[in-house]
Design a protein around this ligand. Structure first.
Ligand code: IMP
Ligand code: MG
Length: 177
């Protein structure tokens, strides 16, 4: 069934079962790679909150989970945009950090996050994303754990939004034009 989100229509694209299978798959790979490292999972708000909560409940080893927001603003001294991780209260020095994103599109956001984390003296950064749009991705940073690759269509649900609406839809829906 089509769903109306704000002023646009979306059609079913990925079922809750397909999402759950894909999340289980990367959970197995993450477990194999990181089970002895006591990593810190860093969910990027708002979009990753559902994916992060499902993912970490499939990981049966010691870990921390924390959430941050990425804020961009125009600096007062320079003209360039400054990016900041808001809400980071974990000491990341020497830690293995797994960034948990809802979707990687052009890669601009993940690139900023990786740059900021490197300033915090982390030992290792791994990136886990629910969705990747490979055709749109323009960066060289390796996306370590991709649950699902999707075409360049706009999607909502399972935490992803259209203008802040639709995050509560259980499955993932794509724009119906
Ligand atoms: P990037 O910086 O271009 O990689 O974009 C990443 C951000 O754009 C994500 O964190 C989302 O907030 C947003 N975004 C990109 N594609 C979609 C989509 O299909 N649905 C919802 N949000 C999207
Ligand atoms: Mg987002």
């Amino acid at each position: 069934m089509r769903k109306k989100v704000k002023d646009k229509y979306f059609k079913p694209y990925l079922s809750t079962q397909q999402i759950d299978d894909a999340v289980s798959n990367i959970a197995k790979r993450i477990t194999a790679d990181l089970k002895d490292e006591k990593p810190i999972f860093l969910g990027i708000l708002n979009g990753s909150f559902i994916f992060a909560s499902d993912l970490i409940r499939k990981l049966d080893f010691p870990l921390h989970i924390s959430f941050v927001k990425v804020a961009s603003y125009i600096g007062t001294r320079s003209t360039g945009a400054v990016t900041e991780l808001i809400g980071l209260n974990e000491n990341l020095i020497g830690q293995t950090v797994v960034v948990v994103e809802d979707i990687v599109d052009s890669g601009n956001t993940i690139e900023k996050i990786v740059n900021l984390l490197n300033e915090h003296g982390v030992k290792k950064i791994k990136i886990a994303t629910l969705l990747l749009k490979p055709k749109a991705y323009k960066k060289d940073i390796k996306i370590d754990y991709v649950a699902l690759e999707i075409p360049d269509d706009f999607v909502v649900g399972y935490g992803l939004d259209y203008d802040s609406w639709g995050r509560n839809i259980a499955g993932i829906y794509k724009i119906d034009e």
